[in-house]
Write a protein that binds this ligand. Structure first.
Ligand code: GLU
Length: 462
């Protein structure tokens, strides 16, 4: 009798304990869909966020499983006759015991299958090419080939070179041989004009004659040539002219324009969101996509079309963020709408549902889901890299350096020319070379010329 009572109490206890073995010893058939980085084929094995998640759940709940790819490559949409396709359809028809994929939790699906607590949150956003009009202002497009730093560098280089021209032409006796009696033609104004002429490949004479000034001219011409060729090559590859005036920041902007084509995944919950929405802009987006038949059949196709340009792909922000992290030319609009979550799908009324939900929450609380997210969303595109505005013009550092060296060499040659002349004059006048040199220098730097000469002549008369 005691033994019987003990057996009954054990049986009752076992029934009350949480069901850790969700499916007994039966191997579960799990359906999934190929989508980066959730499920990807690596040779003959499947890997990715969802595969790692499935592994963790199996470990926690103690079940074995076999994964198969969904036959029609669809997520799950109901047709007019009430038949579901995709992974949802497979679970409903009993062709799979579980669906582990980025499957959005929606009211329509919740009615026909069991859906766990979400393992990831997302919303809907827009993916398009960086130069597809998200940020650039068309009015100042002509400045876009170089970054602000480079433009500041060019202006400083121009001013410094003009000042250097002016100085060299004053110092060099071959350029200004008689400071006592003749005007200096290479004034600061003329130097600015001369350097600007070279920068726009339009010669603006008179040209300098001294070796020092010619060295400076040649360096400046080389600088101008390299700068202009970089400018034009960046300008032509920067953005398509028809998209230049567009600035798509969100769904309103998208709905109010006809230049950029847009679409989403066919049969997806994103499409259903726009179809069922009462918002006039979202309705217009849905009608446009239906009319233009601009739906894509896979996430990869949507990303590829966005990369090719003039196409905005509407999709779930977590997936779009991955595309942005991988392809530097892509950018995601800031606006995110229709917040939703991804869930694991079981047959309706399945005893597994509760334990799977608890396990998902435990993984989330233990930081496992965050770890998996960072593991599979690692960025290969450095922030602000690629052809982003921050990186533009760095290839010009060499030519800036060369110009700096050219300025220094030209000044040195001008000083040597002046010293040689001072030595000659010192011998003729039997004075020390230093005295003659300092006289020459002060005469040339004072801004003398004919006026000075007249002044000194008047003083000597007086
Ligand atoms: N996660 C979506 C679904 O379950 C597919 C992708 C999308 O809607 O953009 O249908």
């Amino acid at each position: 009798m005691t033994a019987f009572l003990l057996f009954i109490s054990h049986a009752v206890l076992l029934l009350m304990l949480p069901d850790h073995s969700v499916a007994g010893n039966k191997e579960l058939l799990v359906t999934t869909i190929k989508q980066d980085p959730y499920t990807m084929a690596k040779g003959s094995v499947l890997e990715g966020y969802c595969m790692d998640l499935l592994g963790e759940l199996a470990k926690k709940l103690g079940f074995s499983y076999r994964v198969q790819l969904v036959k029609d490559a669809a997520y799950g949409r109901v047709d007019d006759a009430g038949h579901w396709n995709g992974m949802i359809g497979e679970v409903i028809r009993g062709e799979a015991d579980l669906a582990v994929a980025p499957l959005t939790l929606t009211a329509a699906r919740e009615r026909v299958v069991g859906m766990t607590k979400p393992f990831m949150q997302t919303g809907i956003s827009i993916l398009l090419r960086r130069d597809g009009g998200v940020e650039d202002a068309a009015l100042f497009h002509f400045l876009s080939p170089f970054s602000t730093d480079t433009w500041v560098g060019v202006v400083i280089a121009y001013l410094l070179t003009a000042a250097c021209f002016c100085l060299v032409c004053r110092l060099s006796p071959h350029e200004w041989s008689q400071p006592e009696s003749e005007e200096n033609h290479f004034t600061l104004l003329h130097s600015l004009w001369y350097a600007a002429g070279a920068l726009s490949l339009q010669g603006a004479g008179p040209h300098p004659r001294a070796v020092s000034a010619r060295v400076l001219s040649a360096t400046w011409w080389l600088f101008a040539l390299v700068l202009l060729s970089c400018y034009f090559s960046n300008l032509s590859s920067s953005q398509p002219p028809d998209a230049a005036h567009l600035r798509i920041k969100g769904f309103e902007d998208l709905a109010n324009q006809e230049v950029i084509e847009y679409g989403t995944l066919s049969g997806s919950s994103t499409l259903a969101f726009f179809k069922n929405s009462n918002n006039p802009a979202y309705r217009r987006i849905y009608e446009h996509m239906e009319r233009r038949k601009s739906l894509v059949s896979s996430m990869d196709e949507g990303v590829q079309r966005a990369k090719e340009g003039n196409f905005a792909f509407i999709g779930e922000s977590v997936s779009l963020d991955l595309a942005v992290a991988r392809y530097c030319e892509l950018v995601r609009a800031h606006e995110v709408i229709g917040m939703r979550g991804y869930s694991i799908v079981t047959p309706l009324g399945s005893p597994m549902l509760k334990n799977l939900s608890i396990a998902v929450l435990q993984l989330s609380e233990a930081g496992e889901l965050a770890y998996l997210r960072s593991k599979w969303w690692a960025s290969s595109c450095m922030a602000g890299g690629g052809r982003g505005s921050g990186g533009k013009g760095h290839g010009l550092r060499g030519i800036f350096l060369l110009l700096g060296v050219g300025l220094g060499v030209a000044l040195l040659i001008a000083l040597l020319e002046l010293t040689a002349r001072a030595r000659r004059r010192a011998q003729e006048q039997r004075k020390s070379c230093c005295t003659v040199l300092s006289q020459e220098l002060s005469q040339r730097l004072r801004g003398g010329g004919a006026d000075n000469h007249e002044e000194s002549a008047e003083k000597s008369k007086a």
